[in-house]
Design a protein around this ligand. Structure first.
Ligand code: PLP
Length: 428
């Protein structure tokens, strides 16, 4: 299958090329044009097996096709358990935080790393992954690419603007991962990455790539856990699954929409946003008004201009069609806090602030809607955000995967927010 750009001004590319390039040269995002109907005949199965079916269909004619099973075995090395919530027979939680950095981004990052590591590079050149991060992305990408031969990772984060827990996850790797605290904001880090991509001298000795959430290689693997959980729910209940997804850049929710396009048994898809209400307002008014982001407790969703919106609009071009196929709600910090407390008391569940937005949207559903089979998508382990969660519900036990990272020594450089400083820091 070939993947055109959403903006239609760049040539369509194959699977490997889309993964290597990330963003299309016209600034658009690569999207599939056909949706293999896989859901109707598929049976519940383990994640790697479903990944072979689903991703295999998109990579069929690509040079990587024969390696897809090995890539999936490498990438889907941890589970995505679907668990009951309390004794509500119509509510489950899909836990996506059992990977190396305890957030759902581990799925996409690991698949991308396992794939890029298997794409041959001319003359054995090093592939350098540049990633700007305000939190979860950098850790997941660093973990996924750590010790991959022939690949180097450069993580840029804004100095003093990430939590101590997050900083540890960005700076504990060593080996082929270099981390830098940039004297500036997250926007400065992103600008540096963009400038590096435009600068030819940065590419004389190495190939550059990015691993941010617009990469097709992060989206497709995320569709796999929706395929798996919806098939399991259909088998258990005879009904289709409905999902409430904590959303920021809309990568996780776009993956769910794609799984539904492929015929997996999915009913409603509801986007839970924090106070950054660009998408809920678009659905309510039909007017798309991107705006600067505002800081909230669910910081990984602080996005005012969601990048994957372009992919959803490619599928549902009119505001009316969009609103018919998706719902979106906004949740305040006060509601997040209250929901973490309430569900801890009621169900014994401890949500991270992102997951709590989805739990709050579920709690506000009208009675008639409750009869569907709802799934709260849990995007991170609460221990990653213990500074926020512990004052509300007391101590949060740290899972083994995170504890291991906390015990590693941290090391990072520091640089001014300009390209010369970056060039010097990487090569000097
Ligand atoms: C990145 C992230 C989100 C938002 O996901 P998008 O794909 O950007 O919508 C939600 N929760 C957590 C914990 C995240 O790290």
């Amino acid at each position: 299958m070939m993947f055109p750009s959403t903006r239609g001004q760049a040539p369509a590319v194959g699977f490997s090329q889309a993964l290597l390039q990330g963003l299309a040269p016209d600034g658009g995002l690569y999207v599939p044009t056909q949706w293999p109907q896989l859901g109707a005949a598929a049976q519940p199965a383990a994640l790697p097996e479903l990944a072979n079916l689903l991703i295999g269909a998109f990579a069929a004619e690509d040079p990587l096709a024969a390696q897809i099973p090995a890539i999936n075995a490498d990438a889907f090395s941890f589970p995505a358990p679907l668990k009951p919530v309390g004794d509500d027979a119509h509510l489950r939680v899909l836990e996506l935080f059992h990977g190396p950095t305890a957030a759902f981004k581990d799925f996409g990052a690991r698949f991308l790393a396992a794939s890029l590591a298997r794409i041959p590079r001319a003359g054995g050149r090093v592939l350098r992954i540049l990633v700007a991060t305000s939190g979860d992305t950098g850790g997941a990408v660093a973990a996924a690419f750590h010790r991959r031969p022939g690949i180097e990772v450069v993580v840029l984060f804004p100095k003093g603007l990430v939590s101590p827990t997050q900083q540890q996850q960005l700076t504990c790797w060593g080996d082929n991962v270099k981390s830098f605290a940039v004297r500036g904001s997250f926007d400065d880090c992103q600008r540096l990455v963009k400038e590096a991509f435009l600068d030819q001298t940065m590419r004389t000795q190495v190939d550059l790539s990015s691993a941010n959430s617009i990469n097709l290689g992060r989206l497709l693997p995320q569709a796999v856990y929706y395929a798996a959980s919806s098939l399991a729910i259909r088998q258990q209940t005879g009904s289709n699954a409905s999902y409430i997804i904590p959303s920021g850049n809309l990568g996780n929710s776009a993956a769910c929409v794609w799984a539904r396009q492929m015929g997996f048994p999915i009913d409603r898809i509801v986007l839970a946003h924090n106070a950054n209400r660009t998408v809920p307002d678009f659905l309510a008014t039909g007017q798309l008004l991107p705006r600067p982001s505002v800081a909230t407790l669910a910081s990984a969703m602080d996005v005012g201009n969601p990048s994957n919106l372009e992919r959803l609009l490619a599928l549902y071009p009119g505001a009316a069609e969009f609103a018919a196929r998706l719902a979106a709600f906004s949740v305040s910090d006060e509601q997040i806090r209250a929901r973490i407390r309430a569900d801890h008391a009621r169900y014994g569940e401890t949500w991270c602030p992102h997951t709590a937005t989805a739990a709050e949207v579920h709690a506000l559903l009208p009675e008639a809607e409750r009869r569907r089979q709802w799934v709260i998508v849990s995007t991170a382990h609460p221990a990653k955000f213990r500074e926020i969660v512990e004052p509300l519900v007391g101590e949060v036990a740290v899972p083994e995967n995170l504890r291991r990272l906390y015990d590693l020594p941290s090391s990072f450089g520091e640089l001014d927010a300009n390209l010369n400083a970056l060039r010097h820091a990487i090569d000097g």
